[in-house]
Structures are given as structure tokens and as C-alpha cells.
Ligand binder design. Structure first.
Ligand code: 6PG
Length: 477
């Protein structure tokens, strides 16, 4: 272990949990020497002891002072500690040891409002601050994640080459990019996770149609997912769904899916996406439905009482009422809507904060390394490069796909409704599609109601100007 300390490390990392440890090994493997520190030093010891040949690139430190002293100036320090208070505490502990030239990088799943706040505080004095979203789970952290960076440009100049080197590569191009100032990286990671929730939920919904509607067994369902992974839906989430459905429980021999309790957990980033969409006034209904579905899934005892009270839904549908092709097409349509909403949300946040966010670049760095990586992201990056401000549904490639698939989405949602098979995210996607293709909506009724009870005023279809009122005084209710 390092005793007397010379500043030899190109970067430092605090927090040797699974993600932090894997990221440190990834950095070491890419040839950068890295100082590592953990609040509890036995973890540092065991991490160092298990690092094998990569140990020669590691400089483990027992105290924060030694850790800081081991890093070359200007220092770059990556925090991989739990999001929230632990980050603020770690920054507070580091600040007295660092100079204004140094850089703290929060690589956790931070709420981007916290990142904005920490960025603003750093601009008042003290080390610079950067927030990076890192996606790809444990394996991504170790062998190449997708990295969404936000913060001052000079911070990216300092560490961009390290982040690019450790990131996943898509046909040789690094899946890491500087996406804007302050919380831009964490905002994009949050939306990534919101999309992740919706993508997962829609897959779970078609799984439900196959299991409860068509009576397919897990192996058959696994095969369907496997086939889809060869086509337009090719993606990490379809691939793992194929594997999850095809795996048996070693203890009982039964399909794993029959053993796993149906109450979904969440750490909160999907919820943040929904909250953000509501606050920014931009539709993200498929993501909101996915968050609400996880919340409903968690109410198992209520669901049991519901089933006892109302009886189970009819569920079983005639085998040829819906084909695997229909379900695949419904997922394609749902997925396009979900991304249209996600990118719309990013666009809106960028406007609000004055961030110059490269939308095509975001789609590009999601093509590999992250949980939502998929073949379709390549087409999305092309569509966003043509016109980043256009609703993705209107890009020629995706509008053609939607024209081919929205009928199947409608069929699956309708069959779901008629047979009591819940498809909330797919329904939300369909409603979004239907609303966004309707020039004359029903909000004239809302405006009439608002004006009736609150004199809120409306615009007219036949004249310019605002603040018109209806002749409501003549009505009594
Ligand atoms: C990723 C994942 C990762 C994570 C979240 C999901 O991009 O690598 O999104 O950040 O798995 O923790 O969390 P929940 O489903 O628990 O909210």
C-alpha cells in the first residue's frame, strides 16, 4: 500500500462499491494510473488484493489526505458514492484539500437539480464540478459504459480522453460525450432511465399478453423474444428478456419467471423523469405509465383483495386474435413513441436551461454500453441529425415505421382492454400517437369549462387575439 505519497495518479476514484470498483478497474485496464479510496479501508484492502495484474496501476489510499496527495495536479476525482447526501458530504470533506483548479466528478445517479446546485456552488469558489451519468450496470462499468457528461468545457478537456477511453465503443466511436453545462449529463441519464422504465414495461406488457392471453409457457415466450432480437427490436433489453424467460430455477426446476415475485422495485430515476416531464410541461405519458405500473405492482396485497372482490379478468384470448408479429409491431410503435417523448423532454430541458445539447450525439452514445442500447438508436441518431427539434415520430424513417405498426399497437391495446390484460404503457403510447395526429383536439371543451367557472379566457378559431369569454352569464347550472 502507498505510504509516502507522490502524486503519480492521473485520476482518483472514491467509493469502491461494485460500480466504483469496476469503474476503477476499467480505468486501470485502459492504462491510466488511478488512486482509490473508500470510507472503510478494509474494502480498499480487499479491492487492491483482488485486482490481479491491474494492481500495478492502482494507488490505494487509507486517508483522504493521502488519496488527494497521490493524484497529479490539476486533480480529477471521480465520486462513486450513493446519490444524495453522501455526495455532498464527500464534496465537503474534499474541498479543504483541493484547489480551484481541481475537478470533482460525480458519476452516480444524481438528480440533475442537485448537480445544478453543486455546479453553482463550485462556481462560487473551490474545485470545479462535473456530473456524469454512467449507464451499463456492473458489466458496463467494468468493460465499457455509456457516459453522459455535463459540466464546464475545460473539465471535459481535462478528463474527456479518459472517459472516452473507458467507454463502450460503437464501431470504434466512443459512447461518451460532453452534453452541456452543469446538470446536462445527469438530466440525460435520468431520461435514459425513464426510457429504460418504459421500454422494460412495454416488454413486460407483451409478455403478459403472451402468458395470460395466449397461454404461452416461458420457453415459448423466450423463443419469441429471441426471434425479435434478430430484427428491428434488436436490443439489450429484448436479449435479456429472452434469457430471463428461458432460464429455469436451479432449486425447483421451474421457470425463473414463475418464481420471481411480481412486485417491481425502483431507485427513483424513472420517477424523476416523470416528475421532470410534468414540471417542464412536456408529455412523457409512456414513461409516467411505466412508473405508475411499478407503483401498482408493489401493492400486492391490494391487488389480492381486488382479485377477490372483482374476480380475475377474462384474460384468455383466442389464439389467432393476435400474432407474435402483431406484438412485435406494437412494441416497435410503442418504442418510437417512448423515444419521441424522451427526446422531447431533453429538448425542453435544454431550452429551459439554455444548454446547447447535441441530441444526435445522445442517441449515438446510447448505441452501446447502456441498458437501452438497441439497433434503433442508430436510426434515431440519423433522424435527430436531420432535425433535432422535430418530433421523432415525424422523421421519415420513423413515420414510415409508425404507419406500418400503429394498427398492431391499436389491436394489442384493444385486445388488452377487452380481455382485462393491463397494457398501460402501450395504451399511453397509443393515446399519445392518436392525440398527436389529431389537429382538432377536445381541449376546446376544457377551455370552455375553464372560462365558465373562472373567466380564464380563450382564443377563438375565427379571430385573432386572446382573452375571449363565452356568454356563460346566461347559463345557470
Ligand atoms: C443503468 C441503469 C442503472 C440502474 C438503475 C435502475 O443505466 O445502468 O439505469 O442506473 O439499473 O439503478 O434502477 P431502478 O430500476 O432500481 O430504478
Amino acid at each position: 500500500m502507498a505510504g509516502t505519497v507522490t502524486a503519480a495518479a492521473e485520476v482518483g476514484l472514491i467509493g469502491l462499491g461494485t460500480m466504483g470498483g469496476n469503474l476503477a478497474l476499467n480505468i486501470a485496464e485502459n492504462g491510466f494510473s488511478i488512486a482509490v479510496y473508500n470510507r472503510t479501508s478494509d474494502k480498499t484492502d480487499s479491492f487492491y488484493a483482488n485486482a490481479g495484474a491491474l494492481a500495478e496501476k492502482l494507488i490505494p489510499a487509507k486517508t483522504l489526505e493521502d488519496f488527494v496527495a497521490a493524484i497529479k495536479t490539476p486533480r480529477a476525482i471521480i465520486l462513486m458514492v450513493p446519490a444524495g447526501e453522501a455526495v455532498d458530504e464527500q464534496i465537503a470533506a474534499l474541498r479543504p484539500l483541493l484547489s480551484d483548479d481541481d475537478l470533482i466528478i460525480d458519476a452516480g445517479n444524481a438528480n440533475y437539480h442537485d448537480t445544478n446546485r453543486r455546479d453553482a456552488a463550485s462556481k462560487e469558489g473551490g474545485p470545479r464540478f462535473m456530473g456524469i451519468g454512467v449507464s451499463g450496470g456492473e458489466e458496463g462499468a467494468r468493460f465499457g459504459p455509456s457516459i453522459m457528461a455535463g459540466g464546464p468545457k475545460d473539465a471535459w478537456t481535462q478528463v474527456g480522453h479518459i472517459l472516452e477511453a473507458i467507454s463502450a465503443k460503437h464501431e470504434g466511436a466512443p459512447c461518451a460525450a460532453h452534453l452541456g453545462d452543469a446538470g446536462a449529463g445527469h438530466l440525460v441519464k435520468t431520461v435514459h432511465n425513464g426510457i429504460e422504465y418504459a421500454d422494460m414495461q412495454m416488454i413486460a406488457e407483451v409478455y403478459g399478453v403472451m402468458r395470460d392471453g395466449l397461454g404461452l409457457g416461458s420457453d415459448e415466450i423466450s423463443k419469441v423474444f429471441g426471434d425479435w432480437n434478430e430484427g428491428i427490436l434488436q436490443s439489450y433489453l429484448i436479449e435479456i428478456s429472452h434469457k430471463v424467460a428461458g432460464t429455469a430455477d436451479p432449486e425447483t426446476g421451474r421457470p425463473m419467471l414463475d418464481i420471481i415475485l411480481d412486485t417491481a422495485g425502483q431507485k427513483g430515476t424513472g420517477r424523476w423523469t416523470a416528475i421532470e416531464a410534468l414540471m417542464l410541461g412536456t408529455p412523457a405519458s409512456a414513461i409516467e405509465a411505466a412508473v405508475a405500473s411499478r407503483n401498482m405492482s408493489a401493492r400486492l396485497s391490494e391487488r389480492k383483495s381486488g382479485q377477490a372482490e372483482f374476480g380475475p379478468a377474462p384474460a384468455r384470448i383466442v389464439a389467432d386474435a393476435v400474432s407474435a408479429k402483431d406484438l412485435e409491431a406494437a412494441l416497435v410503435a410503442g418504442k418510437i413513441v417512448c423515444y419521441a417523448q424522451g427526446f422531447g423532454l431533453i429538448l425542453e430541458a435544454a431550452k429551459q436551461y439554455g444548454w446547447d445539447m447535441p441530441l444526435p450525439e445522445i442517441a449515438k452514445i446510447w448505441r452501446q454500453g447502456c441498458i437501452i442500447r438497441s439497433a434503433m438508436l442508430n436510426d434515431m441518431s440519423k433522424a435527430l441529425a436531420e432535425d433535432p427539434a422535430r418530433n421523432l415520430m415525424l422523421a421519415p424513417f420513423f413515420s414510415a415505421k409508425l404507419k406500418e405498426t400503429h394498427g398492431a399497437l391499436r389491436k394489442v391495446v384493444a385486445l388488452g382492454a377487452l380481455n382485462g390484460l393491463p397494457v398501460p404503457a402501450l395504451s399511453a403510447a397509443l393515446s399519445y400517437f392518436d392525440i398527436m395526429r389529431t389537429e382538432r383536439s377536445t381541449a376546446n371543451m376544457l377551455q370552455g369549462q375553464r372560462d365558465f367557472f373562472g373567466a380564464h379566457g380563450f382564443e377563438r378559431t375565427d379571430k385573432d387575439g386572446k382573452g375571449y369569454h363565452g356568454p356563460w352569464a346566461m347559463n345557470t347550472v
